[in-house]
Design a binder for this molecule. Structure first.
Ligand code: NI
Ligand code: MN
Length: 223
């Protein structure tokens, strides 16, 4: 089954096939590189890696408008529930939740997680299996050796890897992450959004892993 992957800019990814759609970290309002608006996102499943505003983004509004289920750590789901999201799927690092399209898992990430001063639980990455496609979105994180283990366990087709530096890995460490994870294709994210982040993906050159650089708004068909 063909699956469409749309890069929303920054760290946001929309994955959809004929039957299902999942959005990860939909940050559109206030995102200087976003090409889509909150209202453009039609999606029944929202996954949040952590509570920072550049990831929570428009998640609550999108979930309310689409009656989506929101998957994330307990604290993020509690927050969403308090703000009117009707369908929350609390989970935590290491857990998987089966869905009608596959599963959603949360993996560790080395970062922090708060929103408007409120503690938002552990920061995470996520593995999403949507029919035949497995995606590992690392979230915001530094490099860690167990990326190799996550790659072995989930065998992701695509890994979304932050390379913007300063708050996450930069291109050099991101390339090392791709070499550990060994996805079929590595896609750099979390760069170029603001001047303080690395502006291009030229130095993201993992050994032996195909790289695909997506522009914000770009749609990519995975067959
Ligand atoms: Ni963050
Ligand atoms: Mn971030």
């Amino acid at each position: 089954m063909s699956t469409s992957i749309t890069f929303l800019g920054h760290s946001g990814i929309l994955i959809a096939n004929e039957r299902h759609s999942v959005v990860i970290d939909p940050f559109l309002t206030g995102n200087p590189v976003a090409t889509m608006k909150q209202d453009d996102i039609k999606c029944k499943t929202v996954v949040l890696t952590h509570g920072h505003a550049d990831h929570m983004g428009d998640a609550v509004k999108i979930a309310k408008r689409n009656d989506s289920r929101v998957f994330g750590v307990f604290e993020i789901c509690e927050y969403c529930g308090e703000h009117g999201v009707g369908r929350i799927e609390s989970m935590n690092v290491g857990g998987e939740v089966a869905t009608d399209f596959g599963f959603i898992a949360l993996t560790q990430a080395f970062h922090s997680s708060s929103y408007n001063g409120r503690y938002m639980g552990m920061p995470c990455g996520t593995v999403v299996k949507i029919d035949g496609l497995t995606v590992y979105h690392c979230g915001d994180t530094g490099l860690f050796g167990d990326m190799k283990l996550i790659g072995e366990v989930y065998k992701p087709d695509i890994a979304f890897i932050p390379i913007g530096d300063r708050f996450t890995m930069g291109p050099r460490l991101g390339a090392k992450a791709a070499e550990l994870i060994q996805p079929k294709v590595a896609v750099p994210v979390h760069f170029g959004t603001w001047p303080m982040l690395t502006q291009d993906a030229g130095d993201f050159r993992p050994d032996g892993v195909e790289v695909k650089v997506l522009q914000p708004g770009q749609n990519w068909q995975w067959d």
